[in-house]
Design a protein around this ligand. Structure first.
Ligand code: ADP
Ligand code: MG
Length: 989
């Protein structure tokens, strides 16, 4: 009932559209007739005239009839001319039909034009492309493969070039300069994935404006739109790398060294433990000092753990630790650490080599742990006027590689140290079947398939001598859906869109317009025939093919899988029937095979004809034999794919027929036959070898297909809902990134980001607790500031100020110190440096974030949330992750603003000047502060922020996070996990 009503309804809206088009079509044809009298030059002059009129305010809708008429008239002028298209000479013989004009109107109004195969959609698209290009903006046409993009751009390019427009075509192998030229044309052809990847490279990876290739996302027509937006949309585009194959290397190579190092430290720790125990009575202070050192060396040392079971020892140790971490004993604390080989920060789950450890590992290569200073290296390279652009690029690449390699090396060591010192077998993890598996702290259950991120898992695998599994890092990713949503105006064309109309409307806001065929379609669609077994079915198919082949009638056989294509091919060989099997990998050959499929006696086997973009023309004498015969060997899950196959015959009023063969053993039929009433009857009465055909059966099959289609749609929609979360974040991040690339001097952007961060910090530190906390709060704020900002702040600077006043004061200081720094830098490179600061902070943090989001996605789906919707959980968590990521990014920008430099001396000079400012007020402390800020900040780029814990009841539930993994536990448990195991507080539930 309802579907019949809908059909009526939708039929009506098509009819309305046809009616609206009639006067437009008449007008186009009338104008076109007038234009026939004009000279070529006069027609060519129209483009400039239209562009001017558009610039003066006429809308594209106003211009449409004239513009379409000019395109049609150009097609007429080209008739009889020969052109080379993809290496073959082709004679132009097309002038737009009325239905093609109608298709053009639909495409211009941002709809999907459903036009049957062979109706000439390629030619249709010339109308709206020309019209929209009159804006001077870049219009694009997306096809399913590069061969078709090339073919269509050369073929249709004749019209555009005649009219004075430029046409480009994007292909994978082009270098950025070539691509930029192509995107700079009025009209650009290409494939969806290459366009998408170019977008990702432009917005997620390029480091200057000059590396970006795309101009804009204005108007795009997607050819074979169902195939691209429905079938291809299942897998997102991902740029990942770099050394995906080779990341076991450093872990295995470093393992023996780290084991030596860990043994060394173990001996030392045992000694410390013994001494501490011995001295506890006679010299408690010294014993506690040794215990603290032991805690930094081996936080899980047995003797340490047993000693601090004694409450008074534990309290003494804690008190001493706080004291040592304070400003006044920093130096002492630092020396204490430097006596060790490495230090373990259990709270933050970090491990760092000391100088002593470095020397131990590489006694004769002191530079092994020195990261090259990218900023100044780049500037040096830029300064070198002798080298060519390419040489410079190469040099930059080399430096970057060195940087990446070394930082990976350092990262590996730190992960291995963590693996050996913080993670214990059968406690944090178990080894089963040669795999390292995480144990859930809370439940003690093994969490199969989960992995620790950032290489920790690999480090533990190396430690346990099991196979190290690969890990790729995602640099940038986007789904096809979200890529196409970037366009101001989107349109599509295909032979089959109607069955997916809801999806196009829901996801892309694209309406579907079914355009009538030029000549009535006289294809005969026969009823499906059903067999009991697959064997019976194939036998019947072979008989049918054999018969047609003997008559000389060409046959196109469609299968649903490569496997059944091969099976059929073997059977045909046994019968000595010559045939061709389509190989989807060779696009050009494929197009040629399909083009030959209409010749007398041809037998062609193809899997899934959707989105092939080549139509089959009938050979000599085939018409009389009934045209092309299309046989389907199975019904596809989706009706659309079946319609695509059917649509391959009877193009442009040709004769032709189609027929589907089905067996009860087919997947779809098993699904449908297992519960339909018809199925039961079939089962009983149906004999092997028998065939059955009835219109009623067709309908039952169709309803089974509809169910599967809806199910698949709901899956795609769900995927998209997940991706939407990331998409919003990507828009924000790419927005900032692009601002940085576009501005000559993105200094204000930097200040803006720093201000946001300062506001956050000031709010969270100064406003915690009451007035009596002020002194403490100010200390906390100063401690935080010196990590990022080499300025000798004093408590008096903040006392008695409101938060707002503190923020403005800090911003004033930031700008003041920065302008001091500007005076010391090479002015020519400041813009470059500022950009570098932002881009590096964004890329590092965003890429880590992408990995964390993937982990989150996995864990949300793996974990039962009871009644909660995993999508909602994902959204909430994703938001928190994002906030943290942005915070880290801003802090990184803040601290590198002063440390990054266009020349090596300027930073020293800046520090010297700031210190002299400091000396005027308070000598020792501030000098220590600025030098320690330097040491701290360069030690670890990604140190999680430790937050003060809010006041929460011990039995209340809270959410905490560590390495991208979250848990909800009672506060009393959480507190311990946060204080001792590196978990981070996220929220109170
Ligand atoms: P579709 O993409 O709709 O399946 P194509 O664009 O590949 O169809 O065109 C199919 C064939 O129809 C091409 O060989 C083309 O030359 C021919 N054709 C298209 N439009 C016309 C026309 N107006 N007059 C004559 N032939 C046309
Ligand atoms: Mg086509």
């Amino acid at each position: 009932m309802i579907s019949a009503f809908l059909k009526l309804f939708s039929g009506r809206h098509y009819r309305q559209f046809y009616k609206r088009c009639q006067p437009i079509i008449r007008k186009i044809n009338r104008l076109e007739e007038e234009y026939q009298a004009l000279s070529d030059e006069a027609i060519q002059a129209k483009t400039a005239e239209f562009m001017k009129r558009h610039a003066d305010g006429e809308t594209l809708d106003d211009l449409m009839p004239e513009a379409f008429a000019v395109v049609k008239n150009t097609a007429r002028r080209l008739c009889g001319k020969d052109f080379e298209v993809c290496g073959q000479i082709q004679r132009w013989d097309m002038v737009h039909y009325d239905v093609q004009l109608m298709g053009g109107v639909a495409l211009h109004s941002g709809k999907i034009a459903e036009m049957a195969t062979g109706e000439g959609k390629t030619l249709v698209s010339t109308l709206p492309l020309y019209l929209n290009a009159l804006t001077g903006r870049n219009c694009q046409l997306v096809t399913v493969n590069e061969y078709l993009a090339q073919r269509d751009s050369e073929w249709m390019g004749q019209i555009f070039r005649f009219l004075g427009l430029t046409v480009g075509c994007i292909s994978h192998g082009q270098n950025p300069e070539q691509k930029r030229a192509m995107y700079g044309c009025n009209i650009t052809y290409g494939t969806a994935s290459e366009f998408g990847f170019d977008y990702l490279r432009d917005n997620g990876m390029s480091s200057s404006r000059s590396e970006q290739v795309q101009k804009e996302h204005f108007y795009v027509i997607v050819d074979e739109v169902d195939s691209i937006l429905v079938d291809e949309a299942r897998t997102p585009l991902i740029i990942s790398g770099p050394s995906q194959d080779d990341n076991s290397g450093p872990y295995l190579k470093l393992k023996p060294d780290i084991e030596r190092l860990v043994r060394k430290q173990k001996q030392m720790s045992d000694q410390l433990a013994n001494d501490a125990e011995r001295l506890m009575e006679e010299n408690t202070d010294e014993a506690i000092r040794l215990l603290l050192q032991l805690k930094i060396a081996t936080p899980k040392h047995e003797k340490l753990l047993s000693l601090i079971e004694n409450g008074s020892i534990r309290r003494m140790l804690e008190k001493y630790e706080t004291e040592m971490q304070g400003d006044f004993r920093r130096e002492e604390y630092y020396r204490m650490k430097e006596e060790l080989y490495f230090t373990i920060d259990e709270k933050n789950q970090q491990a760092d080599l000391t100088e002593k450890g470095r020397v131990f590992l590489t006694p004769d290569d002191p530079d092994a742990f020195m990261l090259p200073d990218l900023a100044s290296a780049f500037v040096e390279i830029e300064k070198d006027f002798e080298s060519s652009l390419e040489e410079k690029q190469q040099k930059k690449l080399n430096i970057e590689n060195e940087f990446i390699e070394k930082s990976q090396y350092i990262h590996c060591i730190s992960q291995l140290l963590r693996a050996y010192t913080l993670y214990q077998l059968d406690d944090e993890y178990v080894v089963q079947d040669g795999k390292v598996m995480i144990v859930d702290d809370n439940t003690g259950r093994i969490m199969p398939g989960r992995r620790w991120s950032e290489g920790l898992h690999q480090a533990i695998e190396a430690k346990e001598s099991v196979q190290i599994e690969k890990e790729t890092k995602t640099y940038a990713t986007i789904t096809i859906q979200n890529y196409f949503r970037l366009y101001e105006k989107l349109a599509g064309m295909t032979g089959t869109a109607e069955t997916e109309a809801t999806e196009f409307n829901d996801i892309y806001k694209l309406g579907v317009m079914v355009i009538p065929t030029n000549k009535p379609c006289i294809r005969i669609d026969q009823d499906d025939v059903i067999y009991k077994t697959k064997r019976d079915k194939f036998k019947a198919v072979i008989t049918e093919i054999d018969g047609a082949h003997r008559r000389g009638q060409p046959v196109l056989v469609g299968t649903v899988s490569v496997e059944s294509s091969e099976q059929l091919s073997r059977m045909l060989k046994q019968q000595n029937i010559p045939h061709t099997v389509l190989n989807a990998k060779l696009h050009q050959q494929e197009a040629e095979v399909i083009a030959r499929a209409g010749q007398r006696g041809a037998v062609t086997i193809a899997t899934n004809m959707a989105g092939r973009g080549t139509d089959i023309k009938l050979g000599e004498g085939v018409r009389e034999l009934g045209g092309l015969l299309v046989l389907g060997t199975e019904r596809h899950e989706s009706r659309r794919i079946d319609r695509q196959l059917r649509g391959r015959c009877s193009r442009q009023g040709d004769p032709g027929s189609s027929k589907f063969y089905v067996s009860l053993e087919d997947d779809l039929m098993r699904l449908f036959a297992s519960n339909g009433p018809i199925a039961k009857i079939l089962e009983k009465t149906f004999q092997e070898g028998e065939e059955l055909a009835h219109p009623l059966l067709n309908r039952s099959i169709e309803s089974a297909q509809k169910k599967v289609e809806q199910y698949n749609f709901s899956i795609r929609k769900r995927l998209l809902q997940y991706d939407d979360v990331l998409n919003k974040q990507r828009e924000v991040v790419y927005g900032i990134r692009n601002d940085a690339l576009l501005q000559e001097r993105p200094k204000d952007l930097i200040f803006e980001l720093i201000e946001e961060e300062i506001v956050d910090q000031v709010d969270s530190t100064l406003e915690s607790g009451g007035r009596n906390q002020e002194e403490n709060n100010i200390q906390t704020l100063i401690k935080w500031l010196i990590l990022h900002f080499p300025y000798p702040f004093k408590p008096e600077d903040f006392e008695g100020k409101s938060s707002d006043q503190v923020v403005s004061f800090l911003m004033e200081k930031t700008k003041e110190v920065y302008s001091m720094k500007e005076g010391l830098e090479n002015p020519d490179y400041l813009g470059h440096l500022e950009r570098f600061i932002i881009i590096r902070a964004i890329d590092q943090n965003w890429q880590n974030h992408l990995t964390e989001m993937e982990d989150l996605r996995r864990s949300v789906n793996l974990r039962g949330y009871g009644q909660k919707d995993p999508l909602n959980e994902y959204k909430n968590e994703a938001y928190k992750f994002f906030e943290q990521m942005v915070g880290e990014m801003r802090r990184m920008i803040f601290s590198s603003l002063f440390r990054a430099s266009t020349n090596a001396e300027s930073y020293q000079e800046l520090l010297r000047r700031l210190n002299s400012v400091a000396r005027e007020s308070r000598p020792e402390e501030s000098a220590a502060a600025s030098s320690s800020s330097q040491a701290q900040a360069s030690a670890q780029p990604r140190r999680p922020v430790v937050r003060e814990l809010p006041k929460i009841g011990r039995n209340e539930l809270v959410t905490i996070r560590r390495n991208g993994e979250t848990q909800t536990v009672k506060f009393k448990k959480a507190e311990a996990m946060i204080r001792t195991q590196g978990w981070e507080f996220i929220s109170k539930d």
